[in-house]
Design a protein around this ligand. Structure first.
Ligand SMILES: [Zn+2]
Length: 368
């Protein structure tokens, strides 16, 4: 309770974020508030998390929310602490400047989760997950002793363990509101050499992100994947890949690659919209939507209210809205007695849903 009160007080200090919506085709350097693009330098291993290898499809998983969860890739964050009781996600900011800029907003996003969960760890809230900034002798610790912006890495602060969640903040001006996160917890032996050179758990936000955007990224950190990438999503939403910004550019990009010289435009288009690796190779945002293989427990039914859903407007190349649903890359299907009767806009989720909360209670349970 004390923690919540403290966070509540912090909320009042957060500076407002001004979001400018752009409905005209926008350059790759701009973005909508919600979507997260995993920029190439921040991509998780392809066998780790969102980019689960199709070859792993036979591995039985335990969650509808996570591919590769428990199968050797990403996992729930482990229980730790002196009493070994709490799934504590320890984090640090990469630099003091980044902390100064976005600490308040990050706390706001953490509070969104806490509020949805009914408070911090405990019997009543039914979960045992908490975020905790790394401290040493009462002083908060930054991730890096020295940070080199050019390389987006630096010399690790030796007081910070290698498995912490490193929080990076990019300027809206340079990163265009882009945010990203690694998926769940990756054991050291599963981390790539590149990850081991820096931090293998990363949350990258932009200084114009609102709290709900960061709450979405926190969902990834906890292990949640995009709801609209579920293999059964076509029963609940329509994904119109060609309405995504960057589609035409991605076709040109693919055509310029000699490896694709035998493919027709239609084949390229199909691959861009259905092959996550092909989309990634051509830096096409469809990879945030492409269905991940059906792996094990699909659990609850599709949750259109999940914080892990993109709103209809996300990444739209042209104006998309209630009066222009045709231009929306993603719309929800309205059904009556199981029969499609129409489509509707997917609102940008503002807080974690009941399904998101159920995920945390299932994989970060209170065992008190
Ligand atoms: Zn995401």
């Amino acid at each position: 309770m004390a923690i919540l009160t403290r966070i509540g007080a912090l909320l009042l200090l957060c500076l407002p974020v001004v979001i400018t919506y752009s409905w005209t085709p926008i350059s790759p350097d701009q973005s909508f508030p919600l979507p997260d693009v995993r920029s190439p330098e921040l991509l998780p291993d392809l066998d780790n998390g969102a980019q689960a290898t199709p070859g792993n499809a036979s591995v039985a998983l335990q969650s509808r929310w996570l591919s590769d969860f428990f199968s050797g890739g990403s996992q729930p964050w482990p229980v730790r602490g002196i009493l070994k009781k709490s799934h504590r996600i320890r984090y640090c900011f990469a630099t003091a400047e980044m902390k100064q800029k976005m600490e308040c907003r990050l706390n706001e996003a953490i509070a969104l989760w806490s509020e949805a969960l009914g408070g911090g760890p405990g019997k009543d809230s039914g979960h045992n997950m908490e975020f905790s900034e790394v401290h040493f002798a009462g002083v908060h610790q930054l991730c890096f002793k020295q940070f080199i912006y050019k390389d987006w890495t630096g010399t690790r602060n030796p007081l910070v363990s290698k498995d912490v969640l490193a929080v990076f903040v990019k300027d809206e001006a340079s990163a265009g509101g882009v945010s990203s996160a690694t998926l769940g917890y990756t054991p050291q032996e599963r981390a790539s050499p590149d990850d081991l050179k820096r931090f293998r758990h990363r949350l990258t936000i932009s200084d114009n992100n609102q709290a709900f955007t960061i709450a979405h990224e926190i969902g990834h950190v906890l292990g949640l994947q995009h709801e609209m990438a579920r293999p059964d999503r076509d029963d609940f939403v329509e994904f119109r890949c060609t309405k995504l910004r960057g589609f035409a550019g991605a076709i040109l990009s693919a055509q310029s690659n000699p490896e694709n010289k035998d493919l027709t435009i239609q084949e390229i288009s199909n691959k861009l919209c259905n092959d996550i690796y092909f989309a990634l190779d051509n830096k096409f945002v469809a990879y945030n939507y492409i269905m991940t293989p059906d792996q094990g427990d699909q659990g609850e039914s599709f949750d259109v209210d999940s914080i892990m859903m993109y709103g209809s407007t996300a990444f739209a190349a042209h104006y998309c809205g209630k009066t222009a649903l045709d231009e929306c890359p993603l719309v929800k299907i309205e059904k009556l007695n199981g029969v499609k009767v129409g489509i509707a806009e997917v609102e940008i989720p503002s807080h974690p849903s009941k399904g998101d909360v159920a995920f945390v209670r299932k994989y970060y349970p209170w065992k008190g």
